[in-house]
Write a new protein. Structure first.
Length: 77
């Protein structure tokens, strides 16, 4: 084994690495719309359980208390 072949110093770099071909530009309308739509769907998916819990644990008891306040009852069973 010689040092020229072992270290790769004697070989030339491939021609494709020196001038990479540019990829075609993406369609701006299509990519923006899909990314924006995807972000909105993901945001809604994360917020929906939190909003359901907020409604069930906070807003419903407040609303029910206001409703019960219109009647003259003790509220003990």
């Amino acid at each position: 084994m010689t040092t020229a072949t072992a270290g790769g110093a004697g070989s030339a770099p491939p021609a494709d690495d020196t001038h990479p071909r540019p990829s075609p530009p993406p369609d701006p309308k299509r990519s923006r719309r899909s990314v924006t739509g995807t972000r909105k769907v993901i945001a809604a998916a994360f917020l929906l359980p939190a909003l359901v819990l907020l409604g069930a644990l906070v807003l419903y008891p407040i609303g029910y208390s206001v409703y019960r306040s219109f009647f003259d009852q003790a509220g003990t069973g």
